[in-house]
Design a protein around this ligand. Sequence first.
Ligand code: SF4
Length: 704
Amino acid sequence: MSDVNKTLCPYCGVGCGLDAVPAKGVDQWRISGDRQHPSSQGMVCVKGATVAESLGKDRLIYPHFRQHLDAEFERISWEQAYDLLTTKIRQTIQNLGVNGVCMYGSGQLQTEDYYVAQKLLKGCLGTNNFDTNSRLCMSSAVSAYKLSFGSDGPPCCYDDLDLTDCAFVIGTNTAECHPIIFNRLNKQIKQNAKAKLIVVDPRRTKTAEAATLHLAIEPGTDITLLNGIGYLLWQWGKIDHDFIKTATNNSESYLELLTHYPPEKVAEICGITPQELEAAAIYWAESNNVLSLWSMGLNQSSEGTAKICSLINLHLLTGQMSKPGAGPFSLTGQPNAMGGREAGGLANLLPGYRSVANDGDRRAVEQFWQIPAGRIADQPGLTAWEMILGLEQRQVGVFWVAATNPAVSLPDLNRVKAALRNSLFTVVQDAYYPTETAAFAHLLLPAAQWSEKTGTMTNSERRVTLCQQFRSPMGEAKADWEIFAEVGKRLGFTEQFTFQTAADVYQEFSQLTGDRLCDLSGLNHEILAEFGPQQWPFLTGAKPTTDSKRLYLDRQFSSSDNRALFQPFHSNGLAEPPDPDYPFILTTGRLYGHWHTQTRTGRIDKITKMHPQAFLEIHPRDADQLGITAEDFIEVISRRGTARLPAKITTAIRAGTVFVPMHWGALWGHATEANALTHPEACPFSGEPELKACAVKLSRFVPD
Ligand code: SF4
């Protein structure tokens, strides 16, 4: 029998397949890329390659409890933990109503975990207060796909990276944040003399360094740029009349909007030259297959949905979609944000890309779950930020956090921490301790993690991979879905949670996706184990295949009349533009080696050596004006908080803009938290907060 364990990298949404092989020593594992995985073909970056090094460090392995936040945690049994939690849930429902119960989950959860949590919260309890950190990540992409195509669901696949002759990369530092995708794309660009790589980013990132054309726009001017490109394409007659006529609606409104975007005006607003703008439009116009890629630079914004719709508009205008090598392609932040969307893992969703606001969707799920009609609430639950407001108001009686670290990743962190301090009862379910959020917990539940539980994850190209368990959970840790199911049973829903294995959970979940765009009804753990990862749609009776699948090749979209919809938007600009008091724009982002809040990567020596500390990138002109040299610390102050960071003086950043990586929370160093500064204003469509830009002032800081 082979000693190779097939699994998936638990970090980003590229979804690289990994082989884990026992190595010399107790619980030592050699990790390499899985050459048979169709998405990654054996490639792996430093995060995936080193993931096993964090398995035994700082693990939470027993339940713990404390009465109040000033007390020490005491170890308790699972029996006591379940009693405490179910009692708190019952009391909360009695005192505050069912909407006093909230769960804040994560794109790190497996689909089985997500599904059982939806059934517990939305189906059995009757509250839609389940949201995840995908609210800070991909919810803008979800809402833009729905507005433009009638449903969530990225249309493209990774094979398109090999077929495009013009990659339009906006709001993503792909080389560092999705490195395996970037390697594949860069190879295609280099091998094809005519292929172009356009990168839109205020910073000269590693991605921008490889670009044919780098548009270093002013932060927050993306919509203006995209409409400006649309204007030129339209004026030049480089639009696809047949596609517009046969496959779209609302082109008249969009073309009217474009009249407001002549190139001189657009170039001035965006801080680029008219020639650079024209070059981007020429590359788009002259290419056979334009593939656009984006991630958090567009998503994490108070107008994230509008930015993405504006990008999709260009594809509809030019017919650059519904064919191989072309289309709008969101790069998912987390390993299973896609699976979470399939399972209904946001406060407005239900499994199978259904909506809580849709009567038919609610009825279908209620019948499937065999719960009384009307049990599922018809209003969206609290989003991530609304849960924080609920804690402030003491309208939340149980705040249950699973596999995420909001005390680092949410915006306006000082306010978030004060809200967490005000919480009546916070449960933190995690594989690691300490974390910044555990410092605010009353009850700690130890979760099994990657390698310790079996389940599925779906990557950015809609490919589902079975992640096999190959180690025992440490201590008394349990799979997240098992914890949710046990709580459900103890609350009286025994018939709804009879699952014995994760395979049972997936079997039930997949049946609920039949006839939906994300149809997985033919898929189960056995097929995935035998034939390897599979993309959806995977209908009942479908044959496993390694061939790539795309959506909408027939130009039949998911709207009621099967047409895509132009969604014209003007920009509102930054949620918080610079002014004389706060004259700089702060942007935030990620580094190659670290993942999110460092819960794993901060415990891996190779990565901490690679990125030993946070820093602030500043242009030499700005540094000069402030009297800052390369050895200095800089104090950064926004209207919400302060950070102190070593200066990194570089021309890679625009003058007037500064950059701070988002990975450092209170556990890894004082006053280096980027999110102490950021702005919580939310996108009206997606609820995605403005994590990417806010106004700050800077000064030289002299430590005592
Ligand atoms: Fe993991 Fe993403 Fe790196 Fe692949 S690119 S190994 S999925 S972190």
